[in-house]
Design a protein around this ligand. Sequence first.
Ligand code: RUB
Length: 315
Amino acid sequence: MSSLTETAEKIKNMEIRGAGRIARAAALALKEEALSVPAKDIGEFNAKMREAFRTLYTTRPTAVSLPNALRIVMRYKADNVEDARRQIAANADAFIAGSEHAVQQIGEIGARRLRDGDTIMTHCNSSAAAAILTAAFRQGKRINVIATETRPRMQGLITVDVLAKAGVPTTLILDSAVRYFMKKVDTVVVGADAITVNGNLINKIGTSQLALAAHEARVPFMVAAETYKFSPRTLLGELVEIEERDPAEVLPPEKRKQWPGLTVRNPAFDITPHQYIDLICTEIGAIPPEMAFWVITEKLGWEIEEPGDEAARGI
Ligand code: RUB
């Protein structure tokens, strides 16, 4: 198996998961492909890179960081293979370094919003959200974290592990216990798979329930999102696709057999309307969700393309 197909497989089966990690892994896979793929001329090289783009693009549909990263890495213009290889490798290196730096910056910027003694609820496992929590703790703020289990894949246990290693006092709860605990919470902090042009958040299934419970209890709701999680294509009114995963993650096939007529649904993400979001913490600052349009048009500023458009332009 080539390193590209291996990365694509790992993204599909969630060995590599989390929007930021998926983006960095895809950028690295494109770079490795560019440096190793045999090609007798630039035409053959371009065709093979387009194929690589598509293989990675179709692994998981929701995290917008993936197509954004792929497009950034594939922005090259070369008339010979060596030059093309160099440009793709440099793009990938810059994206990966920038992405890691963005997560750190979000940690610092977001931590300023947390106070000594705060209890913070989080959901799933987000590197950007975890960066905020660990940065606040490193600054000496005595925070407590409430982490949801996050059925069915239990990413909450990854969060528990990250926080335990950083020494942050943490309580693990059932997903269904969110509203029960919300009155003890000072701030909710979650990550993002995508942010639409009107500031809506797409994140792990259950996030919108946290938002609703936070809204009811008047608890601030903060999102940690690098700017490459914002979706340029939503400018055109396009919806972000919500991944629906294998029902076997919810109910093992051997148990399901008992009820032949039973339907099991397993959407992996949901949409939190911008009205329930107080702040989006990005590497360029903490912004209200209404500024998503500005981030997309002014900061990202790249062309809105079909996945095949690169092919049409001959790159
Ligand atoms: C992960 C998830 C995370 C975001 C942000 O879902 O919803 O909150 O991806 O993560 P899954 P990060 O486990 O299905 O990939 O901040 O690490 O990019």
